[in-house]
Each structure stands twice: as structure tokens, then as C-alpha cells.
Design a protein around this ligand. Structure first.
Ligand code: NAD
Length: 733
């Protein structure tokens, strides 16, 4: 058993328990960890020489990063046929340990309680903040980089080790809601002003040790354990509290559309818990937590948004070649994408040469970084020094000679193969032989573009999404001849700018656009069929898509749709399947309804550009049919067109790893995050049912829903994607 916790008692009677997970940069809580902490607390409580206890971390910049997810997997496994029972019991054991800390021997009338303080040298997340919440006083170091909070909701669960109950009782439901419902994280100073922690100081360990010696008995009684406790802001039966919960319930439902089980379960735990004594509230919290952990959506979200996202960021699919960290990047084209790529590179401390056709255009691209930083300064998220540091790394130029010394080029000029080929050739005259050349094209085949280079093994696609500074996914595309060093370079660059990469092979629209275009097209196709546009849009949102297909096409613009349709038709000839879609799109373009940028599209917009209702004029051309499909039918059409494209991408070898398919879908185009991604969604449905649904949809709407052979075979064998394509440890969440 590895030693996670150690205890030392000084001459004055302060027992300092230090948490130091071996081999990890940040502490994570394991089953052994809980057992050791429990045993040390027991020992300290019975030891007459101990007057007070201080819990701290052996890691310099952090207290703890959270729970080792194997804890939950183990609880589930131990349950055999009855995982709910063993998960519930496991959670109740954690409650017992934390409650012991909170009560600190107070229940033993002969002895009285001992003060327990917690010291946060830095970051304290998840269970790493739930443990401090059970202590009597929390001291944090003045460490502006530290993040404190309960981010569980972001990965589809909620704080289930008492954090939900304790924080809502400490702050009141309203004040706790940004931390519980949005997973808001704050630095120590903000944590203090929000009431999450008690003190921020230079030497929190010394302050905590002094405090436990000086504490009064009253200091160690939590408000909810004192007589007459009232929930701040009012409990549900109080008129003010009642209004809070009515509002919160509406807000949660408005935001989650009812598809995220964790948010609803957490709100129920807070509401029901507020009506009963504290210990009963913990039991209620444990029941809801068990319910959420057993929901397939939560497991899929944890797997994609936490485990696999992190694995990809750490280089799960990186070829085994030496470090390729980028020192100096050349960005070609200072338009929308080039300016964004420059900004994120400079913010990561990379030297950037930004080149455009004129110095003026290049300077304009550089100015984007300045205005972005100015906005950050106004919101106190950046400083003048940071702005200067970023700007000092950027050289705006129209002179190719300035690119000399760049070890990576990212090309983001016009989407025209001739222009791209010309700049590629010019660049290669000025950079060293080792330089990797990447293109940010969204539609042109990488293998074709690589022909302009005399070393196609050093040519690759690095496809950013817009806006670059906000979108977390970067799609790396290997051309036929792309070599491993180019892949490693792209991955190391993406890691430097702190984004999440997926690596795919070269094919029309790569992966993300290949799946999202059919979604838009299916929505437009339904308009032509007479499906009520509001039904299409709401069906999409109610199944967890961030934007309905018609809103999405308004955002990306109708003329881009026209351009893509024409190019695809030219490339595919008779096999082109989307004539019905084009009819609507071309007509919208003729009507001048080009989308948000024209203040007119499938939606109306006011003069300030604010989106209004769906455009009524659409019905004159495409009347709404009398018989309307069911909500689920519309939702299945919208989801199946996307996920079948993902399965085809896997079958064709465009995708090499389903983890990338799932993570890429959520981060790249917002595919219903509650599902864990397209492959996770199909696993939740079950392959056999999914194949059957394909047959029904094909019979009703056509071959685009034809069941891929792979899915059919898996359906026949009763196999899931995560069972078939990943190692057992990656399949379980
Ligand atoms: P943009 O029109 O905003 O910018 C292109 C820039 O390239 C302009 O500043 C232009 O002056 C410059 N340029 C053109 N020819 C040049 C040359 N010969 N030498 C130097 N500079 C030249 O376009 P954008 O939206 O930034 O897109 C750029 C690339 O990124 C395209 O390949 C596009 O397909 C791709 N892309 C765009 C998006 C998006 O959402 N806009 C998303 C992903 C990828």
C-alpha cells in the first residue's frame, strides 16, 4: 500500500497530517487514501497529547486535484449484480469519515471536540475541496494561480462527498449555485470573499497551527450543527427560499433542457436536503449521487470529457519521436483565422511572425491580439504586462525573409489551392530544411496541397475552429505522405497552446465538418418537406445540440453553404445526394437571406443584429405540412445523420480512435455533450437497436441512413464501440 498520508505531532500538541500522493504532481484521493486519512484522524482524536489537527498537502502548489475515478469504478465492480447498493454504501463510508472530521470527537461528551484546520497551498478541486469543507477552518496561501471549487458538474456528475450539502448550507442555495451548478472555480482571494474559505495568508500552515491551539469550543461547531440553524437566503419552506428554488429549477431546466441528469439530481439533493437534518441530507445526497453515477450519460461524459480528453491532451496518440516543441511559428494570412492563431501562440509564449500580402494587413492581424488583451485587462483577466509580453513576441510583416528561423508554419490564406501553393513555395525558399509546414484549410485535401512542397512528409493539416481563442478542439490531418515528426510537431504545438487535439486521416471535410454538414442539411431538408421550423430547432436543442441546424446555418452563412454545395456537387457528380437541400439554400441566397451577417436568414434579426423569431416568409415558399412528425423522429433524424457519418469515418480509417471521435464531436461542434459523443450515444442506444433504427429511417427517408456494415455486425454480435475498439481500462468510466 502506498503511503498517502503521514502525521507528525509537535511539542505543543498540533498533529499535522500531510497528504502527498506518491508519483503524482497533484494529490488524488484513492480508497487507500481514505483509509489512511480515517486511521490518522482516529489516532489523533484519541491521543491525549493532541490538542488540534492540521490537514495539509505535501505538494507545493496544490492541495488536491480530485478523486481517482477508479474509486467509483471499484465501488461499482464490488457491487456485482447490485452496483447501486455498493456505490451507495461506499459513498456513505466517505460521508462517515468526513463527518468524523467535522464532529472531531464532539460526540464523545467526556472529551469534547478537537479543532481541525485545513491548509490549501494552492489548487483544491472536487474532493480536494469537499474535505476542507468538512474541516473547521480553511487557510489558503495567497497563490493567484490556484483554483478552488467543485467542477464535477462539468463532467456530468455533482459533488457527492458532502460538497453539495455543505456548500448549500454554508452559503445558501442562491450564493452556492454558481459553484455547484456551473462548476465555477475561483482563486483564493475570490474564494474568501465568496465565503468558500476563511483566510488567505502568506504562511497558511503556521496560521492554521496557531489557530487550532487558540480555537474555542464554539469555533468548531458548524452552523448546521448548532441549535437554531437557518439556511442563508431561506430554506425551501421559507417564502424567499421557495422563490430561489422555483427560479433555480426553471434556470436549470432552461440551461440543460432536461438532458443532463446531474444538474437535476443535484438540485433535488439540495432541495430535499434543505428540508431535513444535516445527516439525513447527506443520505439524500448519497442516493442522488448513486442515481447519477449509474446513469449511462454520466459515465459517458466522465469518459469523454475527463478521462479521454485528458489522455488526448497528454499525447495518447503521439508518435514516439523526440520533443518537437515550437519555438518560432510563422503564420501566413492575417485574416480571421491567422489573427486568432497568432493570438493563442503568443499567449503561450511562442514567437510569431505574422505575414500577409501587405504590412498594413499584417499589422491589422496583430492588432487583434492587442484588442483581445485590452478586453481582458478591462475584465481584470489580463494585465498591461501580459499584453506587452504577447505583443513583443509578434512580428507583423509582408516580407517572406522574416520567416527564416521558423520551425513551424501555419498557413491560413484564402481557401484557394493556387494561392496556397504559391505561398507554400515562397515560404520554403526562406525556412530551414527541418521546418514543418501546416495548412489550416477547412476543405482542401492535404495530400493535394502537399504537392507544392518538396518534402510532403513535413506537410500536415492543423485545422482550427473559429473563433480560435474560444474553440478548444484542433483537428490534425495527416496527408498520405505526412511523417511522424510532422504529427508530433502538430501535437506538441497544440499542447503548448493548451487545446485538445484529434488526429485524423485526409478525406473530404476531414472529421468534424464531415459530420456537422449533414446535420445542417437534414434540418434544411425537413424545411423543404414542410416540417414546422420551430419543431426542427427545438427538437435539436431538446436533445442537447447547442444550436438548431437553421440557427447554425445562419451563423456560418448561407453563401458558405452555397459555395460548399457547388464544390461538393462538382467533386461528386451524379452521386451527389443533396439536391433537395440545395434548392432551399440557393433560394435563400437569391432572396438575400444570407444569415446573421445579412441580418436576415432562417431567422429575423433586429437592426442591432439580435436574433428574433424564425422568418415567417419561409412558409410562403415551403408551407408547413398538416401532419407533423413526432419530436423523437426529428431528433433521431438529426442525430443519426451525424453519428452515421462518424461511424463511416471510422470504417474508412479517417478516424483511428473512437475516443477522438467522441471528444472531437463534443469540443468541435457541440455534439450533445450529455451523450459522451457519437460512439458513446450509439453504445447507450445499443448497436442492435441503432441498426434497427437505421433500417426504419432508411425506409422512410432514404439511403443516407443506411446502416454501415460495421454497426450491423456489432448489432448482430451485441457489441458496443467501447468494448470493441478500446482497451478494457479505457472502456469503463
Ligand atoms: P480571411 O479571408 O479572413 O483571411 C485570409 C487572409 O489571407 C487575408 O488577410 C488575406 O489578405 C491573406 N492572404 C491571401 N492571399 C495571401 C498571400 N498570397 N500571401 C499572404 N497573405 C495572403 O480567411 P479566414 O477565414 O481567416 O480563413 C483562412 C483559412 O482558414 C482558409 O483556408 C479557411 O478555409 C480556413 N479556415 C477558416 C475557418 C473559418 O471559420 N473562417 C475555420 C477553419 C479554417
Amino acid at each position: 500500500m502506498s503511503q498517502e498520508f503521514t502525521m507528525q505531532t509537535d511539542a505543543e500538541g498540533v498533529a499535522t497530517i500531510t497528504w502527498d500522493t506518491p508519483g503524482k504532481s497533484m494529490n488524488v484521493m484513492s480508497i487507500e487514501g481514505f483509509q489512511q486519512l480515517d486511521a490518522l484522524i482516529d489516532a489523533a482524536l484519541v491521543d491525549e497529547a493532541v490538542k488540534g489537527i492540521v490537514l495539509t498537502s505535501g505538494k507545493a502548489g496544490s492541495f488536491a486535484g480530485g478523486m481517482d475515478l477508479n474509486v467509483i469504478a471499484k465501488m461499482r465492480e464490488d457491487g456485482g449484480d447490485d452496483p447501486a447498493k455498493s456505490i451507495f454504501e461506499g459513498i456513505m463510508q466517505i460521508h462517515t469519515i468526513l463527518r468524523k472530521i467535522e464532529r472531531a470527537g464532539m460526540d464523545d461528551k467526556n472529551k469534547g471536540g478537537k479543532p481541525i484546520a485545513c491548509v490549501l497551498p494552492g489548487t483544491a478541486l472536487g474532493i480536494g475541496f469537499e474535505i476542507p469543507l468538512a474541516c473547521h477552518r480553511i487557510f489558503a496561501a495567497d497563490n493567484a494561480k490556484a483554483k478552488i471549487g467543485l467542477p464535477e458538474i462539468m463532467v456530468g456528475i455533482f459533488p457527492g462527498a458532502g460538497g453539495t450539502t455543505r456548500l448549500s448550507r454554508k452559503l445558501g442555495a442562491m450564493a452556492a449555485s454558481p459553484f455547484l451548478l456551473e462548476g465555477k472555480l475561483v482563486d483564493p482571494k475570490k474564494a474568501k470573499s465568496a465565503g468558500l474559505i476563511d483566510e488567505v495568508c502568506e504562511d497558511p500552515l503556521a496560521a492554521a497551527q496557531a489557530w487550532v491551539l487558540a480555537a474555542n469550543p464554539a469555533d468548531i461547531i458548524k452552523p448546521w450543527d448548532a441549535k437554531g440553524y437557518k439556511m442563508p437566503g431561506g430554506a425551501p419552506y421559507h417564502p424567499a427560499g421557495f422563490m430561489t428554488f422555483v427560479g433555480a429549477s426553471a434556470m436549470v431546466h432552461g440551461k440543460t433542457k432536461g438532458v443532463y441528469p446531474a444538474a437535476k439530481a443535484m438540485l433535488s439533493a439540495v432541495y430535499e436536503g434543505a428540508l431535513v437534518p444535516f445527516d439525513t441530507a447527506l443520505t439524500i445526497e448519497a442516493r442522488w449521487f448513486t442515481n447519477v453515477l449509474l446513469n449511462p450519460s454520466s459515465s459517458a461524459m466522465i469518459r469523454s470529457l475527463f478521462i479521454n480528453k485528458e489522455a488526448l491532451e497528454k499525447g495518447a496518440n503521439r508518435p514516439d519521436v523526440p520533443d518537437q516543441k515550437v519555438k518560432k511559428v510563422g503564420v501566413l494570412g492575417a485574416g480571421m483565422m491567422g489573427a486568432g492563431i497568432t493570438l493563442v501562440s503568443a499567449m503561450a509564449g511562442i514567437e510569431v511572425v505574422l505575414l500577409d500580402q501587405s504590412l498594413e494587413a499584417a499589422e491589422k492581424g496583430k492588432a487583434y491580439t492587442a484588442s483581445y488583451m485590452d478586453k481582458g485587462i478591462a475584465r481584470k483577466k489580463a494585465t498591461a504586462e501580459k499584453k506587452e509580453a504577447a505583443l513583443s513576441l509578434i512580428t507583423a510583416t509582408d516580407d517572406y525573409a522574416r520567416l527564416s528561423g521558423c520551425d513551424l508554419i501555419v498557413e491560413a490564406v484564402f481557401e484557394d489551392p493556387k494561392v496556397k501553393a504559391e505561398v507554400t513555395r515562397k515560404v520554403l525558399e526562406h525556412v530551414g530544411e527541418d521546418c514543418i509546414f501546416a495548412t489550416n484549410t477547412s476543405t482542401l485535401p492535404i495530400t493535394e496541397l502537399a504537392k507544392a512542397s518538396n518534402s510532403p512528409e513535413q506537410f500536415i493539416g492543423i485545422h482550427f475552429f473559429s473563433p480560435v481563442e474560444k474553440m478548444m478542439l484542433v483537428e490534425i490531418i495527416k496527408g498520405k505522405e505526412t511523417g511522424t515528426r510532422a504529427v508530433a510537431k502538430a501535437l506538441d504545438f497544440v499542447r503548448q497552446i493548451r487545446k485538445t487535439p484529434i488526429v485524423v486521416n485526409d478525406a473530404r471535410f476531414f472529421y468534424a465538418n464531415r459530420c456537422i454538414i449533414p446535420y445542417i442539411n437534414e434540418g434544411i431538408r425537413m424545411v423543404a418537406e414542410g416540417v414546422e421550423p420551430a419543431l426542427i430547432e427545438n427538437a435539436a436543442k431538446l436533445v442537447g445540440m447547442p444550436l438548431g441546424p437553421l440557427q447554425l446555418v445562419d451563423e456560418t452563412s448561407i453563401d458558405l453553404g452555397v459555395k460548399i454545395a457547388k464544390a461538393t456537387r462538382a467533386a461528386m457528380g451524379d452521386a451527389y445526394p443533396d439536391g433537395a437541400v440545395d434548392e432551399v439554400v440557393f433560394w435563400m441566397a437569391d432572396e438575400g437571406r444570407l444569415g446573421r451577417k445579412a441580418n436576415a436568414g432562417f431567422y429575423d434579426y433586429d437592426e442591432k443584429g439580435k436574433r428574433q423569431l424564425l422568418w415567417e416568409g419561409l412558409a410562403a415558399k415551403y408551407p408547413v405540412a398538416e401532419a407533423q412528425p413526432s419530436l423523437i423522429e426529428v431528433q433521431h433524424r438529426l442525430l443519426f445523420v451525424q453519428v452515421l457519418e462518424a461511424v463511416r469515418a471510422l470504417e474508412e480509417g479517417v478516424l483511428e480512435d473512437i475516443r477522438e471521435g467522441d471528444v472531437g464531436a463534443i469540443l468541435g461542434w457541440g455534439f450533445a455533450p450529455w451523450s459522451g459523443g457519437p460512439f458513446s450515444w450509439l453504445d447507450i442506444l445499443g448497436s442492435a437497436y441503432a441498426a434497427e433504427r437505421c433500417d426504419q429511417l432508411t425506409a422512410a427517408y432514404g439511403d443516407r441512413f443506411a446502416c454501415p456494415d460495421l454497426l450491423r455486425e456489432m448489432g448482430d454480435e451485441g457489441e458496443g464501440f467501447y468494448e470493441r475498439f478500446t482497451a478494457p481500462q479505457d472502456a469503463a468510466a
